[in-house]
Design a protein around this ligand. Structure first.
Ligand SMILES: *Cc1c(COP(=O)(O)O)cnc(C)c1O
Length: 219
């Protein structure tokens, strides 16, 4: 039976192979998505050298990461799930990267908390490339202007864009659209690709991939 550490090694080796085709070696960041898994399941993966993790709920992350961080101070934690404005304070306090900035109100709340806490997580704008009603993220047609407003109105530096393609569609066109928007908006980082399509995402220019079940197992 394969465990999380050997699955982590396979994912890393697949990432290296995809990098060879697409870009310089070692330039894609693996965000290990640990949502629903507890500290005991996460610790061996940290032990194997993984330092960048993603969580999709603020409250769940608050329950397990402060203690793990006390053990491993060089952890980098990404928020990859939708952010409610009443959780902005906790999110700014806990996360190193917030990948899900997607509307004016959240941008304003994050800006307020950054000023108050004197702590500035790196920020990505989530783009709803499939225009799915149930999915978070800004309309792709408004994304360039939104990135500019984050900067000009709220004083927020947006480092990258993030997307989750519709699960029943070929992801390639969605990755290509995100890459095009990033170029137009002048942002460098692209968070795209999950367990089923991270190698494809790297070919389309992903600078980070968010991989959960291919490492931790089915949820
Ligand atoms: C859960 C999740 C992932 C990881 O999904 P897997 O298919 O398990 O790799 C990636 N991104 C987001 C936003 C998620 O919520």
């Amino acid at each position: 039976m394969e465990d999380a550490v050997s699955r982590l090694e396979s994912v890393k080796s697949n990432i290296s192979k995809a990098e060879v085709a697409a870009r310089a070696a070692g330039t894609v960041t693996l965000v290990a998505v640990s949502k629903t898994f507890d500290a005991d399941a996460i610790r061996p993966v940290i032990g194997a050298g993984q330092r960048v993790f993603g969580e999709n709920r603020v409250q769940e992350a608050q329950g397990k990461w402060p203690a793990l961080r006390a053990e491993f101070p060089d952890i980098e934690l990404h928020l990859i799930g939708p952010l409610q404005s009443n959780k902005a304070k906790e999110a700014v306090a806990l996360f190193d990267v917030i990948e899900t900035v997607d509307r004016e109100k959240i941008a304003a709340e994050i800006a307020k908390e950054i000023a108050r806490q004197e702590k500035a997580p790196r920020l990505y704008v989530q783009v709803n490339t499939g225009l799915e009603e149930q999915k978070a993220g800004i309309d792709p047609r408004e994304a360039v202007a939104f990135v500019a407003r984050c900067r000009d109105v709220h004083g927020l530096a947006i480092e990258g864009l993030m997307c989750i393609p519709p699960f029943d569609e070929n992801p390639g066109p969605h990755f290509a659209l995100l890459e095009k928007i990033a170029r137009e908006a002048g942002v460098e980082k692209l968070s795209m690709g999950m367990s089923g399509d991270y190698e494809t995402a790297i070919r389309f220019g992903a600078t980070s991939v968010r991989v959960g079940s291919a490492i931790f197992g089915t949820r």
